[in-house]
Design a protein around this ligand. Structure first.
Ligand code: FMN
Length: 199
């Protein structure tokens, strides 16, 4: 698919065909593309937890959504045959930037204009979203509630220094997909958001 078409077609998919698993070669391509993302100081302080079996995915949903009856969003999202958790490791960045070529030996977080560890995991996530479209599949990036982060870490043995920046669900789109109501806001146009030369 043309790159411009991949970008144009990309949208979050929130319903999946539960009977069509993600082909293993597509799963691997998602991950291979993810690690092509740029990273500050080439720190690559990311990691990815791949959840594919029904048991693994159930554990994720139990950890994030609790025990109550699933709402419509969750019912559809649970059909995703593949979940990938992109994780960011802040300490990897603090260590990398303490090296001689960077020189931030005090490891002071105040030096960081924005959390590059989260930026980089986000870039890797976008590459997975685009790769899914390129492969004819759908995907959705969604957040993990802050109060559930420890439960997710515990469920999958994730080290304390790694934090999921969200979760990427992947699969063949289902027939009951719903667009986000947020889209009613309309896409802000180039002229509205771009400031050429100065603000
Ligand atoms: C950081 C981030 C967090 C998001 N969290 C959620 C979420 O928790 N649940 C959800 O359904 N969509 C989530 N989305 C998807 C947005 O709702 C979606 O990207 C936006 O409405 C634009 O729609 P589109 O991506 O289909 O073009 C998230 C997107 C981003 C970038």
């Amino acid at each position: 698919m043309e790159f411009a078409e991949v970008v144009r077609r990309r949208r979050m998919v929130r319903d999946y065909d539960p009977d069509r698993p993600v082909p293993p070669e597509v799963r691997e391509r998602l991950l291979e593309h993810a690690i092509r993302a740029p990273s500050a100081g080439f720190s690559q302080g990311w990691a990815f937890v791949v959840l594919e079996t029904a048991e693994e995915r159930d554990s994720f949903w139990a950890a994030t959504a609790g025990e109550g009856a699933p709402d419509a969003w969750l019912t559809r999202m649970r059909r995703a045959p593949l979940l990938i958790l992109p994780l960011a490791n802040k300490s990897a960045y603090l260590e990398r930037y303490a090296e001689p070529d960077k020189g931030w030996t005090d490891r002071d977080e105040a030096r960081w204009p924005v959390p590059y560890w989260d930026v980089d995991a986000g870039m890797a996530s976008l590459l997975m979203l685009l790769t899914a479209v390129d492969e004819g599949l759908g995907a959705c990036f969604f957040g993990v509630p802050v109060e559930r982060l420890d439960a997710v870490r515990a469920a999958f043995g994730i080290p304390a220094e790694y934090r999921p920046v969200g979760c990427v669900s992947v699969g063949y789109p289902g027939t009951d997909d719903r667009r986000s109501p947020s889209l009613r806001r309309g896409r802000r146009g180039v002229d509205e958001v771009v400031h050429r030369g100065r603000w």
